[in-house]
Structure formats: structure tokens, C-alpha cells
Design a protein around this ligand. Sequence first.
Ligand code: HSE
Length: 315
Amino acid sequence: MKKNVRVFAPGTVANMGCGFDVMGMTLNGVGDIVSVSVSEGDGLTIENRSSVDLPTELDKNVITPAVRALMNEFGEPRMIEVVVEHKISPGSGIGSSAASSAAAVYALNEALGCPFTPEKLVEFAMEGEKLISGGTPHADNVGPAILGGVVLMRGYEPLDIVRLPVPDNFFCSVVHPDIMVSTKDARAVLPKDITLRLAVKQWGNVAGLVAGLALKDVYLIGRSMVDSVIEPHRKAFIPGFDELRSKVLATGALSVNISGSGPSVFAVSPDMETASKVGEVMSRHFADMGIGSDLYVGTVSNEGARVLNSSLSSR
Ligand code: HSE
């Protein structure tokens, strides 16, 4: 018998400004669709039916280490056929690789009868992130892609994930300019050490961000979403970033930051009208430089990866 499960896993915004590798949130309505079939046998195939190019070699696809990590722990061989049906553009900054590995392990777990908890699936999916980030597994995209909402990775050894509430008046605008920045390149420019002065500034902001979420205070969230550590090294990847920030703040947004490793940029606003205007300003910024973009304006989704449909067949 062959069990087939088709899953949607959402796009995500990692870091949320100051929370490099430890904070992430889930977007609504944008994500990957992956189907996984499991039958007797031993092996793994990945077929790409999406409109974007993906590595054809199995070992270069983020799904491979994530699936292998799960199967190692499952401990029994199975024939696994993965089909990537729909994909967020790679290198977009809204968790493209994470959405694929999250969807694949979520679907595989369902097809095997749910032997693993969602938190354990995050650990497996992190193996995909390790592949594309140049060796560091991080969960700030795969965590929210699997669990939904806003998540904090309080620690990695062992993984300790905390889901946080989101205020009702939290609206985000995310622009994805039509340029590509690989996570590996965006991590390679980062310093290995930072000064105590910078660390103090950053941990004040991370604490403020978490307090703002817990207290449902969007203004505290906005003034805490300031990244003094990572952004100075990455903003050069995004044409006119400082100018874009000034325009967006002047439009009424509470904060502007790079989404994950970029090049997407996201802003937080206290109402939908402002978030829509901010989105227009962001799109126009890139259009004025001859760069096309995609825009997302909306709320944080509380839903992570989910089954779209499943079936059982005799072959
Ligand atoms: N936290 C990771 C980074 C997210 O900023 O490199 C990658 O999307």
C-alpha cells in the first residue's frame, strides 16, 4: 500500500528584527505545497513540479537531510517519493527553503502515522537549514513554518521553543524585491564576535520584543524591532535600504527590518490601512530603481504546516 499526504507549509519572517536565529513569525496565504508518498521499500526521490528551479542532485536539496534525519530516528526503511508542487522563490527572505523542508517532514510524519511531535519535526527540518546556511542549523523559519504564529527559540541545546501571542493590531507588510540573496552569502558577511555595548543594546530590544508580544503592545514591539548587530552588515544587499526605511517610517510604520537573511524587507504597522500604504511605498521604492517586487500585506497566521489531503492506494 502507498500512503500519500499533501501538505502546505507557510512562508515565514525570521529574526523579526533583533532576534537573529531566535525569533520567527508565520505569514498567511503564501507558502509551499509538497506531497509525500510512503510505501514498502527503501529509497528517496524528489521531483520538482513547481515553477522555480531547484537543485536536481538529491544531496543539494534541503528536503533530503530533513527527510533522512526523520527516517534515521524512525528506524525502519521506507520508499519515500516527494513531489514539490508549489514553491516560494528561493532566496526570497521569507523562508523558502524552510517551507519545503517543513512541508516534507510534516507530510512524511503524517504518512507514517504521526510518530513524532511537531517540535521534533522542527529539529528534523533544521537539517535542511543547515545545508543552505553554510553549516549552522537554525529554527527561526522552520519553527514558525511548522508550528504557526510567532515563535521564540529560547535555546538550541536542547531545542526549547516558546509560542508567543500576537496583538490584534499587528499588521505586516513584506516586500520581496526581484533580486536574490543566498542565506549562505548573507551569513558569510557577519562578524564572529560583537562588542558588549552592542550586545546590551540588542538583548534590551529582544527582551522588549518578547515583552511587547506578551503584553500585546504593538508600540513596544515596534520600538524594539531594531537590529543593531546584523543589519549593518547585510543592508548593502538591499538597494537603497536606508532610504526605504525613512520613507516607510514616514508613512506610519512602527518598524522596518530585513526579513530573515533578505532581500525581503518587512514593516510592522498598527492598522491595515497603514500597512497597505507602507506596502505601496515599498513596491514603489524598488520599481523606481527598475526592480520588480512581490508584496504581502496582512496579519500573522496562527496556523503552521497543515494537511491539504491524504489518500491510500494499492500501488
Ligand atoms: N536567522 C537566519 C539568518 C534566517 O538571518 O541568517 C535565514 O532566513
